[in-house]
Design a binder for this molecule. Structure first.
Ligand SMILES: *[C@@H]1O[C@H](CO)[C@@H](O)[C@H](O)[C@H]1NC(C)=O
Ligand SMILES: *[C@@H]1O[C@H](CO)[C@@H](O)[C@H](O)[C@H]1NC(C)=O
Ligand SMILES: *[C@@H]1O[C@H](CO)[C@@H](O)[C@H](O)[C@H]1NC(C)=O
Length: 445
């Protein structure tokens, strides 16, 4: 075919596609990459630039997602800004299972949402980023209901950031109808991640049969053995004991219990859920340090899995890599220090961005319990977001709802939190919660 002047590249494919789609073959002259009429695509379009660019993996996915027509319509109406993940992010760095999921025909909608979530329907050049590093600007994307936050990293070198991906090539390709920024990694919208998790978990979830929650004898803090008593508590009911009592003695006191399948009375597959959220953190990108620690500290992950299996719910405030990088070796080298830091970032409640934001809006300042008893973490509203901690040691909710499965919620934050040095002397009677150190509840039979 003499149209394949450029070696039948993606661009030729693109125009063949549009030809069929818009049925205007007479407008295309051989060798001219432009079509007039419906879409006003010409060789100067940012779409053509994308298909001919270094971002071949993205271009290929856009084609596979059958999005060219949609994008052609978009640039006909307004400028667009494309955040293009570098090829490595889509080849080497992407979980093969996730990629398979995206390419399955039944998951076309997920793939389309994923890709369209990388595109803003306005022109945002590198000079239009928020000035101060504390500011974040929200943009709605073409992906259904998905938004992106533009910000700058703190410190001396203000690198541009979208969500938590660094812009590696600002204004890489600029055209009259839009521009392309190269980014270090794929931005995975929550809804797509959830679709993937649902698909992946379908089997393990349906394998867990609901059964009555065990009842605890409050005098002994042990399970009642009577089957009748167990049956009185509805399936999935919250546990009877406060989470403190259910926790294993601190990691500094005892070696970690050997990981293994829990007892036969598990209502939820906590271990699978913990694995799943660690996996999600890895996927999400920008949280590798945190995920690493969770993988390395098997005792912590096992403990979380056990608590979730027993019906407790957890919210993890996950510091991003940038925040973790600021930890000094001193802070990490003391025995048990990483565990202590992590425990302070786990709230024994199920909170989402929305629920936390609503409470700080309503109550001004909120204190959440953490698994590092008796320390609490303060939260307040700041800059339209939730800010945890105080002073230097504060952190913003940065990547909301990275993982939410109804029992574990993971919220990305941009700092590492530490309990306040001076313990508050004003003690409020907060229910009947007592700190009880006791043997693991999992050892009954
Ligand atoms: C294609 O674009 C060029 C300039 O970019 C223009 O001169 C030419 O008329 C266009 N061809 C058609 C068929 O629109
Ligand atoms: C795209 O942006 C350019 C430069 O800002 C502007 O001249 C042009 O009119 C815009 N195009 C559309 C379709 O809005
Ligand atoms: C986790 O373990 C791996 C391998 O032992 C090690 O390379 C890595 O530095 C550890 N990460 C953390 C955060 O401790």
């Amino acid at each position: 075919m003499d149209r394949c002047i450029y070696g039948c590249s993606a661009v030729s494919f693109f125009f063949l596609f549009i030809l069929t789609a818009s049925a205007l073959p007479q407008t295309l002259e051989p060798g001219h990459h432009n079509i007039t009429g419906s879409g006003q695509i010409n060789s100067n379009s940012v779409l053509v630039a994308l298909l001919d660019s270094r971002y071949t993996e993205l271009a290929e996915l856009v084609e596979k997602a059958l999005l060219l027509q949609t994008l052609e319509d978009a640039v006909g109406r307004h400028n667009i800004t494309i955040f293009a993940p570098r090829n490595e992010a889509l080849e080497r760095d992407l979980d093969p299972g996730f990629k398979r999921f995206l390419l399955q025909p039944g998951n076309l909608k997920s793939l389309q949402t994923l890709l369209l979530s990388h595109i803003i329907p306005t022109r945002v050049g590198s000079t239009q980023w928020p000035e101060e590093s504390s500011k974040r600007v929200k943009h709605v994307t073409l992906g259904h209901g998905q938004v992106l936050h533009l910000s700058k990293t703190k410190g001396n070198v203000n690198r541009l950031v979208v969500n938590s991906a660094v812009i590696t090539r600002p204004d890489d390709l600029t055209r009259p109808d839009g521009l392309i920024h190269g980014i270090e990694r794929l931005l995975i919208p929550r809804s797509v991640q959830e679709d993937f998790n649902r698909r992946r978990n379908l089997r393990s979830i349906s394998a867990v049969l609901p059964e009555g929650a065990p009842e605890i004898d409050p005098r002994t803090n042990r399970l009642k053995k009577s089957a009748a008593a167990a049956a009185a508590v509805p399936a999935g009911a919250p546990p009877v004991l406060p989470i403190q009592s259910a926790m294993a003695p601190g990691p500094s006191l005892a070696p970690a219990p050997a990981p293994g399948p829990g007892g036969p009375r598990h209502h939820f597959n906590g271990e699978a859920q913990v694995k799943d959220f660690i996996h999600t953190l890895l996927h999400y990108g920008g949280y590798n340090e945190m995920a690493d620690i969770l993988v390395n500290l098997t005792s912590l992950a096992t403990e979380m899995g056990r608590l979730v299996s027993e019906g407790y719910v957890l919210t993890v405030l996950a510091p991003n890599d940038e925040a973790m990088a600021k930890l000094t070796t001193d802070q990490l080298s003391e025995p048990g220090a990483p565990e202590q830091i992590m425990y302070y970032h786990i709230i024994p409640e199920y909170q989402t961005e929305e629920s936390m934001y609503n409470s700080v809006r309503r109550f001004g300042k909120v204190k959440y319990e953490t698994l590092r008893f008796p320390h609490k973490v303060a939260a307040k509203e700041a800059d339209g977001s939730v800010k945890f901690g105080s002073g230097d040691r504060s952190a913003y909710l940065f990547d909301p709802d990275i993982y939410t499965d109804g029992r574990i919620s993971v919220q990305g934050i941009d700092g590492v939190l530490f309990p306040e040095e001076e313990e508050e002397t004003v003690k409020k009677p907060s229910g009947s919660v007592k700190k009880v150190v006791q043997t693991r509840r999992g050892t009954f039979d």
